[in-house]
Design a protein around this ligand. Structure first.
Ligand SMILES: Cc1cc2nc3c(=O)[nH]c(=O)nc-3n(C[C@H](O)[C@H](O)[C@H](O)COP(=O)(O)OP(=O)(O)OC[C@H]3O[C@@H](n4cnc5c(N)ncnc54)[C@H](O)[C@@H]3O)c2cc1C
Length: 454
């Protein structure tokens, strides 16, 4: 009899695990209470990047003079923008559904929870309840925005990231609380869409976990675009006074704006999973996993944001795939590889874009590790001049003894695409010579990577 595999949560982790396990011969049920594709498609990665793309198109048109065009004055059509976001989400949902159906995955539209070590109870959309037996279970219910007790989002003027696609109106003045990756992306998004933006930065710099040089470049860009940075301040309350939103900070500063957006992290969706029924342990709601994705109960796996590893869609997808392989006994194959979380590439879709992978310069210095750092600005690139956008740089980190590429950071246009080249080197321990001797297309921005490798 085929292995019976039940997946609760149909985001990137759930879809990848279900499809892959079915391909490997498992009998798979995928339980999803909302949209196949998950929060990633409905609220997080996709709509945010679609809005950023619209903002990018707008600022590009406003700067069109640099491309030899007459300047135009386009404006935002929020209805059209809403339709665009909905159509991208539904297109992706349909493709995922088709993919799952083509692999004979049974999709159950409902809410799942554990009721035993091998039993999952599903409350279907019509209220009916079904209990399904499983040989293996994967929990991939994702996370949701963290909302502190001092803030009560109303979805109209006090927003979480889930209310912003697009909000009922483009804010005249938006205060963004939180200066991590999500916060800075929203600052960029709304600045490009024409809002005046104030950013509350709890530390001395935005992106405290990133290379300081990279964070500095972004801050300069924000300042050039009129963003007001309030550094060293923590919000203590956000309240509405009519059409004004008042944000108070612990150092006594008060900001009045038309809207506020909270971007201070996420909490895991594990509270409704009834983990105790199967004895699954959690830490602050996250489910600790081993290298195979197993929880403390070996046939119950966890993946994606719920696993408390890197909260990235790309990581969730890879975890889902690896879990399907482990469950189907494929991890003994010679070519099986574990996920190396420290080699995951990530990007911040601001302007300029920021992307990094592997060891950073600051990290190497902090650990006293000898590294070779080469930095090449895009201003030396023909393609950057053709694009009328010479901002930013490529920084390549390698081992001085072996030449193996250890990491890199890119700031500039298409950084999120270009970083994949460095990620390939880091993952496969390629050297700077391997990179420098590859024949890239000319003229392209990727040639700057070759220069950094030479
Ligand atoms: C604003 C924002 C932008 C982001 N942008 C990016 C980006 O550009 N790139 C990137 O890599 N990452 C990005 N991320 C992170 C990314 O969205 C997450 O890491 C990713 O969605 C995690 O995937 P997942 O499979 O764990 O869960 P999710 O995508 O959260 O999906 C979980 C699914 O489980 C379902 N579910 C929950 N409970 C139950 C239940 N009891 N029964 C049935 N179904 C249930 C939910 O409805 C949901 O569909 C972003 C995050 C945010 C907040």
């Amino acid at each position: 009899m085929a292995m019976r595999f039940v997946v609760i949560g149909g985001g990137p982790a759930g879809v990848a695990a279900a499809t892959h396990a079915a391909r490997l011969g498992a009998d798979v049920v995928l339980v999803e209470r909302d949209v196949i594709g998950g929060a990633a498609h409905l609220w997080d990665c996709i709509p945010s990047k679609a809005m950023i793309a619209t903002g990018g198109a707008l600022s590009f048109l406003e700067r069109s003079e640099g491309m030899g065009l007459e300047t135009v004055n386009p404006h935002i059509d929020t209805l059209n923008l809403s339709d665009r976001l909905a159509s991208i989400t539904s297109h992706l949902e349909n493709s995922n559904n088709e993919l799952l159906q083509s692999q004979n995955v049974r999709i159950m539209c409902g809410t799942g929870k554990l009721v035993g070590t091998h039993e999952v109870e599903v409350t279907l959309e019509d209220g009916a309840i079904e209990v399904i037996e499983a040989d293996a279970i994967m929990l991939s219910t994702g996370s949701r925005p963290r909302v502190p007790e001092w803030c009560h989002p109303d979805g109209e003027r006090i927003l979480t990231t889930r209310h912003a696609y697009p909000p009922p109106e483009i804010p005249e003045h938006l205060t963004v609380v939180g200066s991590g990756v999500t916060g800075v992306e929203f600052v960029h998004m709304f600045t490009s869409l024409g809002s005046k933006v104030t950013l509350i930065v709890s530390r001395q710099h935005v992106l405290p976990d990133k290379d300081p040089e990279v964070a500095y470049e972004l801050e300069q860009n924000f300042i050039d675009r009129g963003v007001k940075l309030l550094k060293g301040a923590r919000s203590t309350s956000i309240e509405r006074e009519g059409d004004t939103v008042v944000v108070k900070c612990d150092d006594g500063r008060i900001i009045e704006s038309s809207h506020a957006l909270l971007a201070i992290g996420s909490i895991p969706n594990s509270d409704m999973l009834n983990l105790d029924a199967a004895g699954v342990e959690n830490e602050w709601g996250f489910i600790p996993i081993n290298d195979f994705g197993q929880s403390n109960v070996p046939h119950i796996y966890a993946a994606g944001d719920l696993s408390g590893k890197l909260p990235l869609s790309s990581v969730a997808t890879m975890q889902g795939r690896k879990i399907a392989e482990h469950m189907m006994g494929k991890t003994n194959d010679q070519d099986h590889r574990y996920i190396s979380y420290s080699k995951a590439a990530s990007a911040i879709f601001t302007e300029p874009e920021i992307a990094d992978v592997g060891v950073s310069q600051a990290e190497a210095f902090a650990h006293g590790r000898k590294v070779r750092v080469t930095k090449v600005p895009f201003s030396a690139s023909a393609k950057a001049l053709i694009n009328d956008d010479p901002r930013g740089f490529v920084k390549l980190i390698s081992d001085p003894a072996t030449g193996v590429v250890l990491g890199g950071s890119i700031v500039g246009r298409h950084a999120a695409e270009l970083i994949s080249i460095i990620a390939l080197c880091v993952q496969n321990q390629l050297t700077v010579t391997d990179l420098a001797e590859t024949l890239f297309v000319h003229p392209t921005l990727s040639e700057t990577l070759i220069e950094a490798a030479e």
